[in-house]
Design a protein around this ligand. Structure first.
Ligand SMILES: [Zn+2]
Length: 265
């Protein structure tokens, strides 16, 4: 029973983790040892080997490319858990889209700025869900963090704003369209759930950088490969994208999008 539960959990979290768990059990039995420490060592070694050595080239052959792991380029992971759990794979077209947009965006702005990616897709199988997302299942979706600046000197904030990158929201001002409120009144209790879990951040130190986010969204929206961008309606209006058909509302059944940008091919 435990084996089924752990297999399912690891599969849902990392896609390949469940299979590696079963393989570890088989090998562990072959070695005729009962040591749980040795089992854990075997599982972790196999998992890391598959995650960093086997999966990237196999996924590439099957049409998905791993986003960069290091922090030297313009596109960087918000947190290592994203690539440790294999949640950083996209189609080559999305890989080009995000890198080209990051380069064009930086040319126009205050100097180099890194785009932090959040959840993307798993490496294999169209239709395999990347929970808790509703649509990150085909290599064509990517979440990226909004941009923030230090309140003190308006320089870019070069760090994550929450552990996962989700939940740190730029809510509606008085008089702006308030979808979090409207969705809550319609009974969609999950709409602001991530804010309650991860929303405690450095709000006193930083602010939502309107100019930088406008330039970033322009760069993303004008790219020919971009089909849809989800952000909250109040940010769409505030940042001047009222008539841009690519920027849309995602519906109350999702979670709020004033903490990150959802990008689709
Ligand atoms: Zn998304």
């Amino acid at each position: 029973m435990w084996i089924v539960f752990i297999f399912a959990l690891l599969t849902l979290l990392s896609q390949i983790g469940g299979c590696i768990y079963l393989l570890s059990i088989l090998l562990h039995r072959r070695f005729k040892t009962r040591s749980q420490v040795k089992f854990l060592g075997l599982f972790v070694s196999l998992y890391l080997f598959c995650t960093f050595v086997i999966t990237p080239p196999v996924a590439k052959m099957l049409g998905r490319k791993a986003l960069p792991l290091n922090s030297n380029g313009l596109v960087i992971p918000n947190h290592p858990y994203t690539y440790l759990l294999n949640r950083h794979y996209v189609k080559p077209e999305m890989y080009r889209l995000i890198h080209e947009s990051a380069e064009r965006f930086n040319d126009k702005r205050r100097g180099p700025l890194k785009l932090r990616y959040l959840d993307a897709n798993f490496p294999f199988i169209n239709g395999f869900p990347l929970l808790p997302h509703r649509s990150h299942d085909d290599g064509e979706k990517l979440d990226i963090a909004f941009l923030y600046a230090n309140r003190a000197d308006h320089t870019y904030w070069d760090d994550r704003v929450s552990l996962t990158g989700y939940g740190f929201c730029e809510g509606p001002f008085q008089g702006e369209q308030n979808m979090p409120d409207q969705c809550r009144k319609k009974g969609y209790w999950q709409y602001s759930l991530l804010t309650k879990i991860f929303g405690l951040g450095s709000q006193e130190q930083i602010h939502f950088d309107e100019d930088a986010n406008t330039a970033l969204l322009q760069s993303l929206s004008s790219h020919p490969s971009t089909r849809k961008i989800f952000i909250e309606p109040h940010l769409k209006q505030r940042l001047g994208f009222g008539s841009d058909p690519k920027l849309r509302f995602h519906g109350c059944a999702a979670v709020r999008h004033d903490d990150h940008i959802h990008l689709e091919l």
